[in-house]
Write a protein that binds this ligand. Structure first.
Ligand code: PLP
Ligand SMILES: N[C@@H](CCOP(=O)(O)O)C(=O)O
Length: 412
């Protein structure tokens, strides 16, 4: 029995069988991203609470019955997901949120949430016997697929804007990818990669094209629900760039609901920088059309002018009863320090944007003290040290003489 029933276009609703189409809806083109629809009735017979409680697999293959891959053998051994969900007492006190949880997804193999998608992307490439995989990226999706391709021994070409942070580009190079630093924005790198993949027949890892990648991202929701012992949060707050991450998480919550494992879905709140906010603008105007304003945020991972998964993100927030909100770049930078110095979790700018949103929403009085609020830290601060340095004071210089140290300590 096949677990995948069909692929459904998020724009026009047209349905296809898996072998009928590789990427987007032929009628809608690039906006017609396809959603993987499973036979939930069939899966619910296997994927029960008992199954989960007795499952000793702590890797992403734990959720194989509801992943679009036939066998666990296609997955690389890298540890993906099963990241901690922390109750940070200091932050709870500081924000006056008694049930705040921080999901630390910096703890993935290449230090970002994107590894959830790449694990599935590489498994799919192997299942389909693809020998070249490509990605366009602001940096994290790239370094992620690059690491997994290194593990699998699959040739890969990567397109990133020439402004991508050095650490992310270095990751690509040490993993052995062929890297193109595109003389343009992320949106332009995306176009170039898309054209190249079409021309040379390479397998495209982008969540904007490939229906299977988001299936990895949804596992964050499964983990949150399991970690909360199937108690559903009131709010899940996540950064939005292209919009695939939040829509992936939403799909995960919906699927556990469809399987009868939980009785409701959390409200999804998407957070953008006000300097790159096409999804918030569209949400506020109640439209699925995204107008282009060049993105200028310091949060490079969410510096996106054309949100490729924007429709899905809007549907995730609207259908769940949530909404979109903006934060300023200053609030993002401040959040790096506040999160790190109160929890020991060091996020990159986009990585803490969800947390910046939580802080803002609490200040605005939109959360009650007792609400269960979860936010995901999506990328490690080590990926962009320059921005983090803007958030903190300089270190003290001291000589090797203890008396100098004593003097210095008097003034600190
Ligand atoms: C660290 C980090 N956080 C958040 C996002 C936003 O994810 P999405 O583009 O799927 O909305 C990204 C995307 O690159 C990211 O790298
Ligand atoms: N900003 C993202 C965009 C691509 O990621 P995807 O997982 O949505 O395909 C990145 O480059 O990391």
């Amino acid at each position: 029995m096949k677990k995948i029933l069909k692929l459904k276009c998020v724009k026009c609703g047209a349905e296809y069988l898996e072998n009928e189409v590789e990427y987007v809806c032929p009628q809608c083109g690039i906006e017609g991203i396809l959603d993987v629809i499973y036979d939930y009735e069939l899966i619910s017979r296997e994927l029960t609470k008992d199954y989960l409680l007795n499952n000793e697999d702590k890797n992403i293959t734990r959720y194989l019955p509801i992943l679009p891959i036939e066998s666990a053998e296609y997955f690389e051994p890298l540890q993906v997901g099963n990241t901690p969900l922390y109750e940070v007492k200091k932050l709870r006190r500081l924000l006056e949120l008694d049930n705040l949880y921080i999901k630390d997804d910096t703890r993935n193999p290449t230090l970002s949430f994107k590894d959830r998608a790449s694990a599935v992307g590489i498994a799919k490439a192997k299942e389909l016997k693809k020998d070249v995989i490509v990605a366009s990226s602001t940096g994290n999706a790239a370094s992620s697929i690059s690491g997994f391709a290194a593990s699998a021994g699959i040739k890969n070409y990567i397109f990133v804007p020439k402004t991508a942070p050095e650490a992310k580009v270095t990751q690509l190079l040490v993993f052995g990818s062929t890297v193109f630093l595109v003389d343009g924005t992320y949106d332009e790198a995306f176009e170039l990669c898309f054209k190249a993949a079409e021309r040379f027949g390479w397998y495209n890892r982008s969540c904007a094209i490939n229906p299977y990648l988001v299936e990895g991202k949804k596992t964050v929701a499964f983990e949150i629900l399991e970690q909360l012992n199937f108690k559903v949060p009131d709010y899940v707050v996540m950064a939005v760039g292209d919009g695939c991450s939040i829509s992936g998480a939403y799909k995960g919550f919906v699927e556990f609901y469809k399987l009868g494992l939980v009785d409701k879905i959390p409200k999804m709140i998407g957070v953008q920088s006000e300097k790159s906010n096409p999804v918030t603008r569209a949400f506020n105007k109640n439209t699925y059309e995204f107008d282009y304003i060049p993105p200028t945020t310091i949060a490079d991972s969410i510096s996106v002018g054309i949100p490729r998964n924007g429709i899905k993100a809007l549907k995730a927030v609207a259908e769940s009863g949530g909404f979109m909100i903006d934060v300023t770049d200053e609030e993002i930078i401040e959040s790096i320090r506040i999160l790190a110095s109160n929890s020991g979790i060091f996020g990159e700018p986009a990585g803490v944007t969800g947390f910046a949103g939580v802080r803002k929403l609490k200040k605005l009085g939109l959360f009650k003290k007792e609400d269960i609020v979860v936010t995901v830290v999506t990328g490690s601060g080590l990926k962009d040290l320059r921005t983090a340095q803007r958030a903190v004071p300089k270190a003290y210089r001291v000589s090797t003489n203890i008396d100098d140290l004593v003097e210095l300590l008097k003034n600190i």
